[in-house]
Design a protein around this ligand. Structure first.
Ligand SMILES: [Zn+2]
Length: 279
């Protein structure tokens, strides 16, 4: 869009100068967007801290997210073992894990009239309550600015503002992330898993198997139901990937093993898979 001069006629056609018509409105909008953006940066750490305080609920959630692979004592090593694993777990716990009262921590925080949160943070929290972990494909990347992604499962497109991620991510790569809205833009909430392009079709196949298994109990279930109740399976896929080089035969064996274990687990598949996975 060409830049409009302050003294130019306003493009809305009012006949007034831009500075006396839509310029102040635009400026207010930009200021609000900036405030919201700053609130994203302060709110995420607060959510992570609130998650760390849920010491009663963490053990069961941790087991589910890591599929029994790590002990709680290993939490501090997870950032090395699993690329920012501790933070990815805590963000998942806050947004996706259903607590005893039937709500997620994010939903609980959104409902609380808490003076720990600024007005902007409270506004964000209300719009963040429905956010869950999902897989996205990068469609376009503007290095150091942001990117356009589409949901791997339903194809919905989002404009993400993110300096750090857009520096590393390439077109067609996969992000397993919490996309949080702030005004007109989306941001990546906390740490995300970043996967190479070759994982894209296997991830879809992997999730299809899980959906198929879920539909045995609930024939009407679709992607939203799967990702709303079992989004940890996304991490189970991520956990099995090689850290170094792409490995097509390993991707294939993830699918084969998933198919086998879902068949074996049958109807009782889902929570508490740890025992079923024993050899
Ligand atoms: Zn105007």
């Amino acid at each position: 869009m060409p830049k409009i001069g302050r003294n130019d006629p306003c493009p809305c056609g009012s006949g007034k100068k831009y500075k006396h018509c839509h310029l102040p409105i635009e400026e207010a909008k930009q200021a609000e967007q900036l405030h919201l953006r700053r609130a994203v940066d302060t709110l995420i750490p607060k959510i992570i801290t609130a998650a760390q305080e849920q010491t009663d609920a963490i053990p069961a959630a941790y087991d589910r997210f890591w599929d029994g692979k790590y002990t709680l004592e290993q939490m501090s090593e997870l950032d090395d073992l699993e690329g920012r694993g501790a933070e990815r777990f805590l963000v998942w716990f806050a947004f996706d894990y259903v607590l005893e009262d039937g709500s997620t921590l994010a939903e609980r925080l959104a409902g609380a009239s808490d003076s720990d949160f600024s007005t902007e943070e409270q506004q964000l929290l209300r719009s963040w309550a429905p956010v869950r972990l999902r897989p996205y494909v990068a469609n376009t990347v503007q290095k150091g600015q942001g990117m356009t992604v589409s949901d791997l499962m339903d194809g919905s497109r989002y404009e993400i503002v993110d300096h750090a991620a857009s520096r590393r991510v390439l077109v067609d790569e996969v992000l397993v992330a919490h996309l949080v809205p702030a005004g007109e833009a989306f941001f990546i909430g906390g740490a995300a898993a970043h996967l190479t392009e070759d994982t894209r079709s296997k991830m879809r196949e992997f999730l299809s198997l899980h959906l198929e298994a879920m539909q045995r109990d609930d024939p009407a279930a679709g992607w939203p139901e799967l990702l709303h109740t079992r989004s940890e399976v996304l991490n189970h896929f991520v956990m099995q990937l090689p850290v170094e080089e792409p490995n097509p035969s390993l991707l294939e064996s993830i699918i084969t093993q998933t198919r086998a274990s879902l068949m074996l687990a049958g109807e009782s598949l889902g929570l508490g898979k740890r025992d079923d996975a024993a050899e």
